[in-house]
Design a protein around this ligand. Structure first.
Ligand SMILES: [Mg+2]
Length: 260
């Protein structure tokens, strides 16, 4: 898997050849370093400046595609002119037209119930965060001692089991997170397609991400002839054809993009 900066001349030629480029980024672990608690993940001044600059350029459409709730994501990033996709794309704003997946709101009540059961069930676990995001929920255990990891996962599985067995919910996992999501065939890949469709002119897509739920986004952009970039140390099983080591290197690429 080539490091993106090593093959930048050929990638930048490809991007320059497109009339418009859709630049999409995961948030945590991609634009910001992974931190102990989700609420303290902040964009660096430099990344913020570069994203704003790119968003103001005619040749780019810029967006963030995250598992966070949409309102949380919008308030953390807070750059005008961006497209925002929250809850793994179940809700999208600022991409030409606002979107909520039509099947998603029906799950809100059940997810709230599962969240309150999890708050009780995980009450004794140090450092746990149960983040109820209306359309999905995430249990964060980054600040939790590793000895609790299995208990956390088992508790989420057991609590969500009736809904999973009924085909209504699904469980997904990422870096120190377990999530309960509606069992809808919709994720970051579909969200990227939706944002691209809203652009109207099928811009060349480029997507940066660091985790399991980003994989379908990688496939979507590569199938559309675009560029997928995995953020992290070299991983065997990512479908992305390019790699960057860290959010700091993502900022370097943002600077290169402003010179395109
Ligand atoms: Mg991430």
């Amino acid at each position: 898997m080539p490091h993106l900066l090593n093959v930048w001349p050929s990638v930048s030629r490809k991007l320059s050849g497109a009339s418009r480029v859709l630049l999409l980024f995961d948030y945590d672990g991609t634009l910001t370093p992974i931190v102990a608690r989700p609420e303290i993940a902040r964009l660096s001044d430099e990344t913020r400046r570069l994203l704003s600059l790119l968003a103001g350029m005619d040749r780019f459409v810029v967006g963030v595609v995250s598992g966070r709730g949409l309102a949380d994501l919008e308030s953390l990033v807070a750059i005008p002119g961006l497209a925002y996709a929250g809850n793994h794309g179940l809700e999208i704003s600022g991409a030409g037209k606002d979107f909520v997946h039509p099947e998603a709101p029906a799950f809100e009540e059940t997810l709230a119930e599962v969240a309150s059961l999890l708050v009780q069930g995980l009450a004794g676990v140090p450092g746990i965060v149960v983040d109820s995001k209306r359309l999905t929920l995430t249990v964060h255990f980054r600040s939790t001692p590793d000895s609790y990891s299995e208990q956390v996962d088992d508790t989420v599985v057991a609590t969500a089991r009736p809904y999973v067995d009924a085909g209504r919910m699904k469980i997904t996992r990422g870096k120190k997170v377990v999530e309960v999501r509606p069992n809808i065939d919709w994720g970051k890949g579909k969200a990227i397609e939706q944002i691209r469709k809203n652009c109207g002119d099928s811009p060349l897509p480029m997507f940066f991400g660091d985790d399991e739920t980003d994989e379908e986004g990688f496939v979507t952009v590569q199938d559309a002839g675009g560029v997928a970039v995995y953020i992290g140390g070299t991983r065997q099983n990512t479908k992305a054809l390019h790699q960057l080591e860290s959010p700091q290197e993502v900022a370097q690429v943002l600077a290169l993009l402003t010179q395109l």
